[in-house]
Design a protein around this ligand. Structure first.
Ligand SMILES: Cc1cc2nc3c(=O)[nH]c(=O)nc-3n(C[C@H](O)[C@H](O)[C@H](O)COP(=O)(O)O)c2cc1C
Length: 373
């Protein structure tokens, strides 16, 4: 690929009050390298390197809100408490000094167990209905009070993000974690106002979080919501089988105050509804943009031959060209593209794309997961 053919990735974009110099977003990637949940110098250097490498917007690894069992690994950073927030202040200041922009990804892991550790929190894990998928009981079903406290915890974390100087927040509503467990019929068996037979009804928990975050951070601060059809409990799961259902899922969330939908899929080129617009049809972010009018971020195997679950299975991926991405971005199918593993293995990836240094791309080996570089 020559430098000019990637130009479309380097158009500036404005999202609310946030001016981004290009369309490349660092995908949120849990690294579990925050001892006692506190980000320190190594975490700061890790993010600063990606800012120096020309990433338009950095999304932090998932960082958890103030609930007793909001994380499933003790190396996951907290986004509450004086020490952790001081650590995050160091991160955002360093990213800004390097000319970058950044949002923390606010997270609650629900009843999902980490595949990497046997550690469990001191308090019982919580989820909409006390399970983690069909027939998989785990932890407690959340009470009204638990729900109200969780909604407030997301809002407090967003206020702290804004106060520390972050440029936006991302709410993790994807991949089978707490917010997604409310979306998914298999984990939301509730008969109260947070449950229901339709995806529109099961969106209420997320909508309440977004509305409370929006009220707390004001009209202009960008709120990004990450969503996925797939769950780590079931890769074939789909919350919305049709565009109509996708509208009833996502439209209330945009109306509640989400400016950006970060539509997670494992391979960005896969069409969402090929039965409607064919094998080269719009992907998830493309449909989400078309149906809601929101700004959208796509993601999934950019620049790499294999998808990210293969990385957890120990497989390496080789570097591949960006032609398919450029083609979709030239059609304005979605607005931004998140890049995970390529940026994990090479902090300079965005600058290399800009310069057309294709021969210098690394690919990805799972060994990169073992250290924070
Ligand atoms: C090591 C690792 C950790 C991840 N942690 C998170 C996370 O904390 N939050 C999240 O939303 N996605 C997480 N993901 C998914 C990525 O954000 C991204 O969607 C996925 O890796 C696909 O992008 P890629 O193919 O460019 O790597 C993680 C992926 C990897 C490889």
């Amino acid at each position: 690929m020559n430098a000019s053919s990637s130009d479309v990735l380097f158009r500036p974009i404005r999202v609310g009050t946030l001016d981004l110099p290009n369309r490349i977003v660092m995908a949120p990637m849990t690294r579990a390298f925050a001892p006692n949940g506190i980000p320190g110098e190594p975490n700061t250097v890790y993010y600063r390197r990606r800012a120096e490498g020309g990433v338009g917007l950095i999304l932090s690894e998932g960082t958890v809100v103030n609930r007793p069992a909001s994380r499933n690994d003790p190396g996951i950073p907290l986004f509450y408490g004086e020490a952790a927030l001081a650590g995050w202040k160091g991160v955002i200041d360093a990213v800004h000094q390097a000319g970058g922009r950044m949002a923390p990804q606010l997270w609650h892991t629900g009843s999902v167990k980490s595949p990497l550790t046997e550690w469990v929190p001191d308090s019982p894990v919580e989820s909409p209905s006390g399970n983690n998928g069909p027939g998989a009981a785990r932890g407690i079903a959340m009470s009204d009070e638990n729900i109200a406290d969780t909604v407030s915890a997301f809002a407090s974390a967003a206020v702290d993000a804004k106060r520390l100087g972050f440029d936006a927040v991302e709410l993790h509503g994807a991949h089978g974690y707490l917010i997604d467990q409310f979306f998914w019929a298999q984990t939301n068996l509730r008969t109260d106002r947070f449950g229901g037979a339709t995806i529109g009804e099961r969106s209420r928990f997320a909508a309440e979080i977004i509305a409370k975050v929006r009220a707390a951070v004001g009209d202009c601060f960008p709120i990004i919501l990450r969503v996925s059809q797939w769950k780590q409990q079931d890769y074939t799961a789909r919350l919305a089988e049709t565009p109509e259902l996708m509208t009833s899922w996502l439209q209330p969330l945009v109306e509640a105050g989400a400016n950006v939908l970060h539509c997670s899929q494992r391979r960005f080129w896969e069409p969402e509804f090929p039965e409607i617009d064919g094998e080269n049809g719009l992907n998830f972010a493309g449909w989400a943009k078309k149906l809601t009018g929101a700004t959208t971020i796509s993601v999934g195997s950019v620049g790499l031959s294999g998808d990210f679950m293969s990385a957890f299975g120990g497989e390496s991926s080789t570097s591949v060209g960006l032609e398919r991405l450029v083609e979709r971005m030239e059609r304005d199918e979605f607005d931004l593209i998140a890049v995970g593993r390529a940026l994990l293995s090479d902090p300079q990836w965005a600058s290399k794309v800009r310069a057309g240094d294709v021969a210098d791309f690394h690919g990805f080996t799972p060994a990169a997961l073992a250290e924070l570089v």
